[in-house]
Design a protein around this ligand. Structure first.
Ligand code: NAP
Length: 353
């Protein structure tokens, strides 16, 4: 065991190699040396959950070749000291076992060497060293690896629940910000549109939106394929009042179809897709004075800001931060309190025996 006897920056600036002055997320390159400072936590990593926008880009770039995707991930981590997709700018999270808790944190964090945890901060700011990629699951973006990662003092994590398959927990933790934000943003009686309603964050958002808007509210789910398992789940179990099949990249198509179900537009539109080019369609689904929560990491700030201006839409646009207080607990509660959702996540993201 090697622990550095210095207390370092709580935000991890001491690990930034390039450019000077940047914090870890904005940095091009981090020092991922697997030796913990006094206020860091060093982990052995066994799996990455690649962010969906990033994984969709990797699949497209590598033509669904799992070996090539693994090599791409190794190359990025070797070059940058973190899994920060240079095209999408997004990351994901890791699962691993605590190897060392720095001495300065031992009294303040409820963690010990050997605990299994999932990181709740992005891989785009997590120093990561990978020895090997052992497997890539094309369907879910779950990547088995052997490596190490460092959590800074400002970082957050969750111990893995014992009642859930690790992969299911990881899938839920990955998008935990979305259901937590729904509890904040939805009000009784609101009309809420969830775009990408059949994916991980979309399903959890529909469930929370339905609960928060109550019997006087309406939840409209937009999916690219109405026959997908996720689309059937939200429709058949009443997590949406209306399911609309539309391509969110086709701005006029989606706005017409949503407009037919919600004349004048929605109070809140939530974008949970994993593809680029959906900003204008999303903006057109909101009413004037409404709000948009761009959870998607494929969102372009420029396209959203200039698109709203060009469309003459007075809407409040919220950047989809992945963090909200107690977001991991809220997401797990959303899952556990809806058996059909738990069953869907277990089938879709759980370990295949
Ligand atoms: P996911 O499970 O892959 O779901 C994405 C959904 O988008 C799928 O249901 C997909 O439908 C749908 N979709 C794809 N193309 C579409 C189109 N043209 N029109 C309408 N829907 C379309 O992804 P996720 O894990 O929920 O993540 C969703 C987004 O949130 C991603 O961009 C991800 O990067 C981002 N994210 C953000 C944070 C944050 O902190 N803000 C954290 C994690 C993830 P099909 O499957 O049928 O194609």
């Amino acid at each position: 065991m090697i622990v550095r006897s210095t207390r370092a920056c709580r935000f991890g600036s001491h690990r930034v190699l390039d450019p000077p002055g940047a914090l870890a997320q904005a940095a091009w390159r981090l020092d991922a040396t697997p030796v913990a400072y006094e206020n860091e936590i060093l982990c052995d990593v066994d799996a990455l959950n690649i962010d969906s926008a990033s994984f969709a880009q990797l699949r497209a770039e590598c033509g669904d070749d799992v070996h090539a995707i693994g090599e791409r991930i190794l190359a990025t981590v070797r070059e940058r000291g973190k899994q920060h997709n240079p095209v999408t700018g997004s990351g994901g999270m890791f699962v691993g076992r605590v190897r060392e808790v720095g001495t300065a944190l031992r009294d303040s964090v409820a963690l010990q060497a050997g605990d299994r945890i999932a990181s709740l901060v992005s891989l785009t700011l997590t120093p990561l060293l990978l020895e090997r990629v052992l497997g890539v699951d094309l369907a879910t973006g779950h990547v088995q690896v052997r490596g190490t990662a460092v959590l800074f003092e400002s970082g957050s994590w969750a111990t893995l629940p014992t009642d859930l398959d690790d992969r299911v927990a990881l899938a839920v933790f990955d998008v935990a910000g979305a259901p937590a934000q729904m509890r904040r943003l939805c009000r009784q009686g609101d009309t809420v549109v969830v775009i990408g309603a059949d994916g991980k964050s979309g399903i959890l958002s529909c469930v929370e939106a339905k609960r928060a808007t109550g019997s006087s509210g309406r939840v409209i789910g937009v999916v690219p394929n109405a026959a997908s398992p996720g689309a059937r789940l939200v429709r058949d179990h009443g997590f949406v009042d209306v399911a609309i099949e539309a391509d969110a990249r086709d701005a006029l198509q989606i706005s017409q179809r949503v407009g037919a179900a919600a004349p004048g537009g929605a109070d809140l539109v939530v974008n949970c897709v994993n593809v680029a080019g959906t900003e204008a369609g999303t903006i057109l689904c909101a009413k004037d004075g409404g709000s948009i929560y761009f959870f998607s990491m494929a969102t372009s700030f420029t396209a959203a800001a200039l698109g709203a201006e060009g469309l003459g839409k007075d809407v409040t646009m919220i950047v989809g931060s992945g963090f909200a207080p107690n977001h991991a607990e809220i997401a797990l509660e959303t899952l556990r309190s809806h058996p059909a959702v738990l069953a869907h996540f277990t089938t879709t993201y759980g370990r295949k025996s």
